[in-house]
Design a protein around this ligand. Structure first.
Ligand SMILES: Cc1ncc(C[n+]2csc(CCOP(=O)(O)OP(=O)(O)O)c2C)c(N)n1
Length: 718
């Protein structure tokens, strides 16, 4: 295979056209093998094989910079830039991710997964280049679909002013995930049909030089044009016509289904693990939409180029007609458009993935909520169980949404509640409502579900108890149920269980009433803790004696994670939560805890002494012997404290080093440091026999350990 010899882009520079074509076929073969096992962005990559090869043949990456839009089409770029093994060796399939990633290679500059950023990134890189006075090419690679995103236009508009080298490769396969929408697309069609000759040309109008390549899957044609535009000193668009899924007929014929494809059988294209007819929240949402559209002509659903996410495929889109608006990859526009509709007699629902809501903060705040515009926002995949790529994480929404004034953010816990909230929200006329679609499989209500959510922030008391109250948000409600059950079984505590329903406000009456017979309130949320729901509850109780435990995720970017592992790392298992509760209930002076601390302190000193004694016996100098004792006692303190003393989250892996230091700090004064100091005094100055000296030290340090731990380590760790 030619591919075996390609370790960097320079390895393709000596190949002739027929070899480059052979390379293209080999690349397709390995991508096919890998994606048939792992799934992946099939259509975008199969359509961009020749262009990727021609780009790397022509330009000098990484000196010349490639900026990929969305970057879901970067597989070939990865293969050609030293990451071939991750495609040819099944054991390495998961060693890289599916988007550009500077952690993997110097040929990648940004972690990207959201659309329409490439031209702005390229403008920035070009600007910095010009300021520095160097000459490299900056190349943005953007699909026709991504050109519907507002930021793409902002970049195109600025580029003319840049007045220097900036090459925008428009990869036009006439498709986003589904069909494109908007006035740009008939225009692109005209450009394609006139082979780029039409006099009306948006790119030229914006100040770009313009080149058209009709055979965008032909390496020779591409090489000719890329050679012409290389090193040009002004912004240039190279518009190439490609075929999504090129080279695999099944994918070419069903481009929407093959944009991203789960693992499949190569011979038939059928998915490997396809479960027919599974009904989740997306399916019930679709059914409600279709029904409501029939009943109410003012009702409309807006999506931003991901119609399949609520199961609106060709058939559903046709049935919905004008009541279904795919606005392109333009979430900001969709939200502001919803604001407009809602103020003119429309009932808009905008639905997309949690991660894409991130770019709509201002539209939600300024256009919807400031105006109390009655629109409904449905937030999908908002969960640790949602999308797992670092570019698409779904657990930052609660801090974002819950701090926008006027917004009502609802977290249903079961199907009946979700449907009731959705129906209420669509028909009410007073405010903007967002609903966090549960990610978990459908569950059903075991308590009465109300129809009207206009009486804001009223939580439901699902189980009444004492001592401990669990407030479980959205699809962490079932976790709350498990914790309640475990507390009953293991601690004989009948805890209170609350479904808060509203994330944007607190049921202060209920929180106040908990003070009477509860001492610990636990909040559970399937999202980042910082600025989230639980912290609002903690802040409410701040001036009271109530102890509040916030359970949720750490604020961090994580990539392709195992959700179970992340939950464990964050202490989010029924076991850990119950242990935390137990610990919190017992804090204050607690004899058992006191003894445990004391015993660790004692074992610390004993271990240090034993190691010291053995070392001296082996003839090591007493300073080195003490150092050995010190190291072993650090480990001793860390090990036993984690096992028996700290609450589970205090001993969390994430804080390993901090915990170690704190632990040792708590014991070292009375343990080894004091020991060392005294030993130095006894042996060096007073010339006492070293065994006797160590015994005297033990006699002094052990009781001191107990006393100091009472005052110090309790404060440290509770
Ligand atoms: C802000 C944002 N919204 C939605 C998406 C989901 N998405 C990923 S790729 C894609 C279509 C991109 O179409 P195009 O740019 O034409 O590239 P192609 O896949 O056709 O090569 C969409 C909508 C996204 N990545 N970012």
């Amino acid at each position: 295979m030619l591919l075996d010899g390609i370790n960097s882009p320079s390895d393709i520079k000596g190949l002739n056209i027929s070899e480059l074509n052979q390379l293209a076929e080999e690349v397709r073969t390995v991508m096919m093998q890998k994606m048939s096992v792992c799934g992946g962005h099939f259509g975008p990559n199969f359509g961009f094989v020749e262009a990727s090869i021609a780009l790397h043949y022509t330009f000098e990456s990484p000196k010349d910079k490639f900026l990929f839009d969305v970057s879901h089409q970067c597989y070939i770029h990865k293969i050609l830039t030293g990451r071939r093994e991750a495609f040819v060796n099944p054991e390495k399939y998961y060693s890289i991710n599916g988007f550009t990633n500077p952690d993997e290679s110097e040929h990648d500059f940004f972690k990207v997964g959201h659309s329409a950023t490439s031209i702005s990134l390229a403008c920035g890189m070009a600007k910095a280049r010009d300021l520095r006075g160097t000459k490299e090419n900056v190349v943005a690679i953007i699909g026709d679909g991504a050109l519907s995103g507002g930021e793409a236009y902002e970049g195109l508009n600025y580029a003319a002013e840049l007045g220097s080298n900036l090459i925008v490769v428009v990869n036009d396969n006439s498709m986003a995930i589904a069909e494109n929408h908007g006035g740009l697309y008939p225009h692109l069609k005209t450009l394609r049909e006139s082979y780029g000759q039409a006099s009306n040309n948006i790119f030229k109008a914006l100040g770009f030089d313009y080149y058209y390549v009709d055979e965008g899957n032909d390496i020779k044609s591409l090489l000719a044009v890329f050679a012409r535009v290389k090193d040009t000193a002004h912004p240039t668009v190279v518009h190439i016509k490609t075929v999504k899924g090129k080279g695999y007929e099944i994918a070419e014929d069903a481009a929407e289904n093959w944009h991203w494809r789960p693992p499949f059988f190569i011979e038939t294209g059928e998915m490997r693990n396809y479960h027919m007819g599974t009904v989740g929240y997306d399916e019930v949402t679709r059914d409600y939409f279709l029904q409501k559209m029939k009943e109410d002509p003012s009702f409309a659903v807006l999506v931003a180029a991901v119609p399949g996410s609520v199961r609106f495929y060709k058939e559903e889109r046709t049935r919905a007609g004008k009541q279904f608006c795919d606005v392109g990859i333009a979430e900001e526009h969709a939200i502001t458009m919803a604001a407009g509709m809602s103020k003119n007699g429309g009932k808009p629902v905008f639905v997309t993935d949690c991660t894409f809501f991130q770019r709509t903060y201002d539209q939600i705040s300024h256009d919807l909520c400031l105006n109390n515009a009655p629109a409904t926002l449905l937030v999908r995949n908002a969960s640790v169980w949602g999308l797992k790529d670092v570019t698409h994480l779904g657990f930052f929404d609660i801090p974002m949404m819950s701090n926008i004034p006027n917004l009502v953010y609802l977290a249903p816990t079961n199907l009946e509640e979700y449907m009731a909230m959705l129906k209420w929200s669509v028909d009410q006329t007073e405010r903007t409502v967002a609903i966090r679609l549960p990610k978990a499989p459908i569950t059903h209500a075991e308590y009465e579900v109300i129809e009207d959510y206009g009486n804001l922030n009223k939580a439901v008391l699902c189980k009444s108890g004492e001592k401990v109250a669990i407030i479980a948000v959205g699809d962490f409600f079932s976790l709350g149920e498990k914790v309640v059950e475990k507390l009953k079984k293991e601690q004989n505590i009948q805890a209170t269980l609350i479904n808060p329903r509203y994330i944007t406000g607190l049921d202060t009456e209920m929180l106040e009433s908990l003070k009477k017979s509860h001492s610990v309130v636990v909040t559970l949320e399937d999202g980042s803790l910082d600025g989230g729901y639980g912290q609002k509850v903690a802040s409410y109780y701040g001036s009271s004696a109530m102890k509040v435990l916030n359970v949720g995720l750490k604020k961090e970017f994580i990539d392709r994670y195992d959700a179970n592992e992340v939950l464990k790392q964050n202490g989010i298992t029924p076991d850990n939560i119950v242990k935390d509760i137990q610990f919190t209930l017992k804090s204050g002076f607690n004899l058992l805890q006191f003894i445990k601390f004391g015993l660790v302190g004692l074992s610390n000193t004993v271990v240090a002494y034993a190691v010291y004694a053995v070392s001296i016996y082996l003839g090591v100098s007493y300073i080195v012997a003490n150092l050995f004792g010190f190291i072993v006692s650090v480990y001793n303190a860390y090990f036993w404290s984690n096992k028996y003393v700290f609450p589970p989250r205090g001993g969390n892996k994430r804080n390993k080093w901090a915990t170690l230091l704190k632990t040792y700090a708590a014991y070292s004064v009375t343990g080894v440091f004091l020991n060392s100091g005294l030993l130095y005094l006894f042996i060096d100055s007073w010339r006492i026999n070293s065994y006797l000296a160590q015994a005297i030290c033990l006699f002094i340090t052990v009781p001191l350990n107990f006393i100091l731990n009472k005052f110090w380590s309790f404060k440290e760790f509770e």
